[in-house]
Design a binder for this molecule. Structure first.
Ligand SMILES: [Zn+2]
Length: 459
């Protein structure tokens, strides 16, 4: 089915001329499209956030995605003023790399990475250290977390912090809310000593106005931290970008609505460095999860790009669904996004131009030609290319793991098990003391994942 036939059909249906396709379509820059869909998310599933390494490659922080990466060995010999001019013109990726080698650049660039107003680092209650166990669930790099100034703390429910921090010594009947709240803030400060702004959110809760325990938590919060609550305005399963109402906790008494239809980037801090057999497994496990969420994110991002192109700014270019077996037409913003999401949620393929070939480890985001301006298409392709490279890396890691894991009952398997468990027992990251390493989540997850993977390969 050609674009021309589609246009004619649409014209007949809506009874007025529509913009001719391809050649005479307007040129719109990536910036003008103001894309907001995160590149990593899962519909209806928490937690999601964009991994930091991926986020620094995205438009939100990129001044010029096409800027060549120049070597900087002469940089430090330039006059200071010129050094700053260069820093300000850098794209995010270059800047982040420079930060690793120069403390003066680090100071200058810090706000961009740790206190950027639209960037909120994800945390949930399991990421705060607890008397019972050590280490963050998601393996975030503690050195990085210590620099972060804005955190979104996602709560399962309003009581979860209370249940989590209640010490075993406190009997049920002598629960002390103030004590527990103070333990919470100590643990929070330990992990995030630089935080200036905390935003609470919950996929399941509305604005927590009547909850006494939660207001106690807010009341004893350190004075220098500003507290907000954000609430999703869309049904839980609706597609990103999310639209939020944001409330500020004022004078310890009330929530005041400060932003309507607000959006933010939610980012996962980088992972800490891991090593040994456990580390290799974790890298594979983390990467696999990331790729699942980016498969969803990148598809929705493309759908958003297409819709914004047609209906963003002053443009009003109705169109027919680009899916070849669909006749649906769209005359205003929002219709295509909702339609696309409905179709996917009902298990219908609705972006056939994506060659999602998991077996070969590649996805290819070929939209029908001429749908998007070249610059936008290039940007999306670059993100998709990165996704494919990561997919290749995942396959390589898995091949290595399979070799390490060996056959059931083999000497290889026995040696691997022994080495894996020894690391869980003695490595300071996992140190399980007298506990059985096979009770640790890393071992259980390894067994579960290897078992599943072997079934999937039909062995
Ligand atoms: Zn359709």
């Amino acid at each position: 089915m050609t674009q021309l036939r589609r246009s004619e059909r649409l014209k007949a249906r809506i009874g007025r001329p529509i913009a001719p396709e391809a050649a005479s379509m307007p040129v719109v820059t990536l910036d003008q499209l103001s894309l907001e869909t995160p590149t990593h998310f899962e519909t209806g599933c928490q937690p999601w956030a964009t991994p930091f390494h991926s986020f620094i490659h995205q438009a939100a922080l990129l001044r010029d995605p096409d800027a060549p990466q120049k070597p900087f060995h002469l940089y430090s010999r330039l006059p200071l003023e010129i050094q700053w001019m260069i820093v300000e013109a850098c794209d995010a990726t270059t800047l982040f790399n420079l930060m690793q080698v120069s403390s003066s650049i680090r100071i200058r660039a810090k706000p961009l990475f740790w206190s950027h107003s639209s960037v909120w680092y994800y945390a949930d209650i399991n990421d705060l250290p607890l008397h019972k166990r050590q280490g963050a669930d998601k393996g975030f790099d503690y050195d990085f977390l210590r620099q972060v100034e804005q955190v979104e703390l996602v709560l399962d429910d309003l009581e979860c912090w209370y249940d989590y921090f209640l010490t075993p010594e406190m009997a049920q009947d002598s629960r002390n809310v103030v004590d527990t709240a103070e333990i919470f803030w100590r643990a929070f400060h330990f992990t995030f000593p630089c935080v200036q702004r905390i935003m609470f959110s919950s996929p399941w809760e509305a604005l927590p106005s009547g909850d006494i325990n939660f207001s106690t938590l807010l009341r004893v919060a350190p004075k220098h931290i500003s507290i907000t609550w954000c609430m999703d305005l869309q049904p839980r399963l609706s597609p990103a970008p999310r639209r939020l109402d944001r409330y500020e906790w004022r004078a310890n008494v009330a929530w005041v609505l400060t932003d309507h239809c607000w959006n933010r980037h939610r980012v996962f801090a980088p992972k800490h460095k891991v090593r040994g057999p456990v580390g290799k497994f974790q890298r594979w496990d983390w990467l696999e999860k990331e790729l699942k969420t980016s498969t969803t994110g990148l598809r929705y991002l493309r759908a958003e790009a297409y819709e914004n192109y047609r209906f963003g700014g002053q443009r009003n270019l109705p169109f027919t669904c680009p899916s070849p077996n669909c006749q649906e037409t769209f005359e205003r913003a929002g219709e295509y996004g909702a339609h696309y999401h409905d179709q996917l949620a009902n298990g219908k393929v609705h972006d056939e131009w994506w060659n999602v070939a998991y077996g070969e480890g590649q996805i290819k985001g070929l939209s029908p030609s001429g749908l998007l301006p070249e610059e936008v298409e290039k940007y999306l392709e670059r993100l998709e290319q990165r996704h494919n490279e990561e997919r290749n890396r995942l396959a390589e890691l898995f091949a290595e793991l399979t070799l390490d894991w060996g056959e059931k009952g083999s000497a290889t398997r026995a040696a691997y098990e022994q080495e894996f468990c020894a690391q869980l027992k003695y490595d300071r990251i996992y140190r399980c003391g007298d506990d059985d390493p096979k009770e640790l989540q890393q071992w259980r997850r390894l067994k579960h994942r290897m078992h599943l993977a072997i079934i999937e390969r039909g062995e």
